[in-house]
Design a protein around this ligand. Structure first.
Ligand code: 13P
Length: 260
């Protein structure tokens, strides 16, 4: 069974004092062992703070984006090795906010994925359709094209080192969540695409859901067979909500293993 991942995407939120309180609360509640993998993906200036506060805890950390270049004259960019220098294990890649607001193409997202892997980071690769695309019946094509661009640049062995995040754009920050059945349908499509690349490795690839995941809907989403965790925005900013989602993930895993 794939180990679930509950990752927070703080987006452009936080300050030293608020982060400190949030991270302390997470570490105090989670301790050194956790029933799922846990991570917070934070604004780059706060990576050092995460390294200080989370070292030796069960909470990993990472960035929200990275450059598709290794080093050089790229003002404002942050490289994969810089994220790794601060102990990051993860990097969100191709979030819909970056695709929409910074014009990131499928090919650029694929190049960033490769940079993350080369630096030893686990890329959390976001895919998802807009409401107009869903209503036009294009969901499978859109997420398929987004994922295929990445797969074109990967080796089969890489499939166990990536996380795919299905984040329907219409569900992000809107309070509208995909139903478990809707999300499962897309996750199964994504897994089939991964399997076409390498059937054995694809069985181990984690595909997480993001988009208004909250304590009250997390368990039923994560109970679906191809939903291996969550990428959480708003609810990751409050320890009580994030911890409740972690607990929901454990409950979903326990129910699945006792059903086996
Ligand atoms: P919300 O959980 O706030 O909808 O954000 C989801 C998201 O974009 C995570 O990357």
């Amino acid at each position: 069974m794939r180990r679930k991942l509950v990752a927070g995407n703080w987006k452009m939120n936080g300050n030293l004092a608020a982060n400190s309180a949030l991270l302390n609360e997470l570490v105090a509640a989670v301790g050194h062992g956790a029933p799922c993998d846990i991570a917070v993906c934070v604004p780059a200036p706060y990576l050092a703070q995460c390294q200080q506060q989370l070292v030796n805890s069960a909470v990993a950390w990472g960035g929200q984006d990275l450059s598709s270049h290794g080093a050089g004259a790229y003002t404002g960019e942050v490289s994969a090795t810089m994220l790794a220098d601060f102990g990051s294990q993860y990097a969100v890649v191709g979030h819909s906010e970056r695709r929409a607001m910074h014009g990131e193409s499928n090919v650029l997202v694929a190049q960033k994925t490769v940079c993350a892997l080369r630096a030893g980071l686990i890329p959390i690769i976001c895919v998802g359709e807009t409401l107009a695309e869903r209503e036009a019946g294009q969901t499978t094509d859109v997420v398929g094209d987004q994922l295929k661009a990445v797969l074109d640049l990967l080796e089969p062995a890489d499939l166990t080192r990536i996380v795919v995040a299905y984040e329907p754009v219409w569900a992000i920050g809107t309070g509208k969540t995909a139903t478990p059945a809707m999300a499962q349908e897309v996750h199964a499509t994504l897994r089939a695409l991964l399997a076409a690349h390498d059937p054995v490795a694809a069985a181990g690839t984690r595909i997480v859901y993001g988009g208004s995941m909250k304590p009250d809907n997390a368990r039923e989403l994560m109970a679906m067979p191809d939903i291996d965790g969550g990428l959480i925005g708003g609810a990751a900013l409050k320890s009580v909500d994030f911890l409740a989602i972690i607990a929901a993930s454990s409950a979903a895993s326990n129910a699945a293993s006792s059903a086996q």
